[in-house]
Design a protein around this ligand. Structure first.
Ligand SMILES: NC(=O)c1ccc[n+]([C@@H]2O[C@H](COP(=O)([O-])OP(=O)(O)OC[C@H]3O[C@@H](n4cnc5c(N)ncnc54)[C@H](O)[C@@H]3O)[C@@H](O)[C@H]2O)c1
Length: 386
């Protein structure tokens, strides 16, 4: 194993910041035989990209992603750009023989996702799709409990990802609110996460029935640089059309199981900032977890004595939960940014392995197939197979 690997990160803002921090922190807190070197960060605006390089500690910056992915000194390309750029960037990086981390949703269409998977498989490079919440110790512990049968036969899976950042009709049309850049709205952005979590924890979705809605169809046009969190960018007095969903709800059946799934992805749940929640109810017990209280989960064990039945709170920072030994003593708690550090640690540590444990482009494609079925079902108002 090489002692170092050179990284190029495409994206300088929300995920650019999260991933930069992860490359900085991973070798400091984890024992990594191969350490990442933060070679070059890539954005689409020179001033912002130069500033990001300085702030986050990248050696160089560029606005030419094509040149960067073809540089012979780059080993890993990390794609944290809007969805419409994932396929061209990943396919070019694969052709250049780079290992690739790509943000979720893997692509904007099933065809793009299939092409991306074919490209990385042909090139024989490692590939990860950024389903970040899989790297939460609480979620991994829940997975372990389900796999060893602690919940028994699963009856219900409820996935719900609620946010409220565009309830204000004056919030402008940024790239996330346009089909040509984002593919879909709440569905692809946050519905992708709960779909992946459900498939990771319980099994593949087989069919869905769905409804989607766009509550506010016209909004002020935005400065192209606006991100998810910035309301302060330049706004135009002209209006633009929102051609993606603001919210999606669906019910699902799983392959090889009679469990029922109910799901909701919305940007219109006032008061819910990042309520990414999964509830699983089984014959032997139940689990409830949500990212707003990310280190804890509720566990009900049906075998508890009658005088102490009820949900207990498990703090997943105690020893016995993954990654905790690398951070702080129990209940000193980790945060959102640590999940990305775990991603980077796993990706780089497993570079030389045949089989990997993290979500790959194949998982990204599986999610894309479900998202596609949800969009078809919302249109047809019928059950649609994945
Ligand atoms: N894993 C997660 O939990 C999570 C959270 C948020 C976003 N995401 C995903 O990350 C990706 C980026 O989202 P974001 O919130 O960081 O977006 P953002 O708007 O904050 O940043 C987008 C970045 O892309 C760069 N960019 C755009 N066009 C470019 C081009 N042609 N060349 C080079 N760079 C270009 C911009 O410079 C900017 O830095 C999306 O796919 C999104 O779905 C994942």
């Amino acid at each position: 194993m090489a002692k170092t690997c050179n990284v190029a990160l495409i994206g300088t803002k929300f995920m650019g910041k999260a991933h930069s921090n992860a490359f900085l922190q991973a070798p400091r807190f984890f024992d990594m035989k191969t350490k990442p070197v933060m070679k070059v960060i890539v954005g689409n605006d020179p001033a912002g990209t130069e500033a990001a390089a300085g702030q986050f500690g990248w050696e160089e910056w560029s606005t030419d992603w094509k040149a960067v992915v073809n540089r012979p000194d780059i080993d890993i390309v990390d794609i944290s750009s809007p969805g419409n750029l994932h396929a061209p960037m990943a396919i070019a990086a694969a052709k250049a023989g780079k290992h690739i981390i790509c943000e979720k949703p893997l692509a904007n269409t099933v065809k793009e996702a299939k092409d991306m998977l074919a490209a990385v498989e042909k090139a024989g490079v490692k590939h990860m799709c950024g389903f970040t919440y899989r790297f939460n110790p609480a979620v991994i512990s829940i997975k372990h409990m389900i796999d060893q049968g602690d919940l028994g036969r699963i009856f219900h899976v409820r996935g719900c990802y609620q946010q409220d950042w565009i309830v204000d009709p004056e919030f402008p049309v940024n790239w996330r609110l346009q089909k040509k850049t984002a593919g879909s709205g709440a569905l692809g952005d946050i519905g992708a996460h709960i779909t992946d979590l459900a498939q990771y924890l319980v099994g593949d979705v087989a069919e869905v029935a769905a409804a989607t809605e766009t509550f506010i169809k016209q909004r002020p046009l935005a400065d192209a640089q606006m991100t998810i969190a910035s309301k302060a960018g330049k706004k135009s007095s002209k209006k633009g059309t929102v051609d993606v969903d603001d919210a999606a709800v669906w019910v699902a059946r799983f392959k090889g199981s009679d469990a029922l799934g109910t799901f909701e992805a919305t940007r219109f749940a006032p008061g819910r900032r990042n309520y990414n929640c999964i509830e699983i109810y089984g014959s032997k017990g139940s689990i409830i977890w949500n990212q707003e209280d990310m280190h804890k989960f509720q566990y009900y064990n049906a075998a508890d004595a009658g005088d102490r039945q009820g949900f207990r709170t498990v703090n997943a920072t105690d020893s016995g939960h993954p990654y905790t030994a690398n951070w702080w003593p129990p209940a000193h708690n980790i945060g959102y940014e640590h999940l990305f550090t775990h991603e980077v640690y796993e990706f780089i540590t497993q570079l030389g392995r045949k089989k990997v444990t993290y979500p790959t482009f194949a998982d990204g494609l599986k999610v894309q197939l479900v998202l596609d079925a949800i969009e078809r079902a919302a249109k047809s108002r019928k059950w649609e197979k994945v």
